[in-house]
Design a binder for this molecule. Structure first.
Ligand SMILES: NC(=O)c1ccc[n+]([C@@H]2O[C@H](COP(=O)([O-])OP(=O)(O)OC[C@H]3O[C@@H](n4cnc5c(N)ncnc54)[C@H](OP(=O)(O)O)[C@@H]3O)[C@@H](O)[C@H]2O)c1
Length: 257
């Protein structure tokens, strides 16, 4: 039976990944800080999909929490077939006015934990000649993100890093894919960002993001930008110089946040 580990599975896109993977017949290892939410998800998956769910309560920004998750990723007796690095955090505001602890925590979660979990998983996967990693980045990776400066930079890291290791993995039987969602209705948007003026057609559901990502993974894609609006936005951002995109994004973020 295939086993997938999903970080940040207690809500939003991670929870949607866990449910979609259970529906496809995966057993799950679910990671987050809110153990009650993970327990409820495990109960639901057991009831609806008859799959086994292992709950790992861990704060991925702490040495102890991260060590427990990386040990599970590398466990030779219980190998993973898929790692979904989804847990992520961002702040909103002018960088120098924000408490630096929140900026450092974003880097610890979005970058350091993702790198460590990927590293711990890939060794055993390559040795077995099968497996894969899906890293959740953001449309924000495609241009500078004034007002989310640290967050945007961490997601640019995730996109570059995943593209590079996908190429290094060629011929090993193991794959890596990066997912870049745009505006997705989750607690992340509702609680952290509270964007007021984003038109309805731009938004996606967490389930649509997870379903699109898994279809792309099945097709062997390395990059999955979810949704037509996001594909067009990323393409435009990729061809425009940073001098233009940072001004445009700055004007947009000043309007919507
Ligand atoms: N929503 C969007 O518009 C959007 C757009 C682009 C990319 N994304 C990315 O999608 C991913 C999922 O976000 P979401 O929108 O689904 O938001 P969400 O509902 O807030 O989910 C974030 C998940 O990360 C977990 N998490 C946060 N801090 C953690 C920590 N220190 N240790 C372990 N787990 C932690 C949370 O669980 P606990 O609080 O229980 O720990 C939660 O399960 C993130 O990487 C985000 O950057 C989101």
């Amino acid at each position: 039976m295939a086993t997938a580990l999903v970080t940040g599975a207690s809500s939003g896109i991670g929870e949607a990944f866990a449910l979609r993977l259970a529906e496809r017949g995966h057993d799950l290892v679910v990671v987050a800080r809110r153990a009650d939410r993970l327990a409820a998800l495990a109960e639901r998956i057991g009831r609806e999909h008859r799959r086994t769910v292992e709950v790992v309560e861990a704060d991925l920004t702490t040495p102890d929490g991260l060590a427990r998750v990386t040990q599970r990723c590398a466990d030779p007796d219980r190998p993973l077939d898929l790692l979904v690095n989804n847990a992520g955090h961002g702040t909103l505001g002018r960088f120098w006015e924000l408490p630096v602890a929140g900026e450092v925590a974003s880097v610890a979660l979005n970058v350091t934990a993702l790198v460590e979990c990927t590293h711990a998983s890939l060794g055993p996967m390559v040795a077995r000649g099968r497996g894969g990693v899906i890293n959740v980045s953001s449309l924000g990776a495609y241009q500078p993100l004034p007002m989310n400066a640290t967050y945007g930079a961490t997601k640019a890291f995730v996109s570059s890093f995943t593209n590079s290791i996908a190429e290094e993995l060629r011929g090993t039987g193991v794959r890596a894919m990066v997912v870049a969602p745009g505006f997705t209705r989750t607690e992340f948007q509702a609680e952290s960002f509270s964007p007021g003026n984003v038109p309805d057609f731009v938004w996606q559901s967490a389930d649509a993001v997870a379903a699109t990502a898994l279809r792309a993974y099945d097709r062997g894609r390395v990059v999955c930008i979810t949704g037509v609006v996001n594909v067009v936005t990323a393409a435009a951002s990729s061809v425009m110089p940073a001098a233009v995109t940072r001004r445009v994004t700055g004007a947009v973020t000043r309007r919507i946040y």
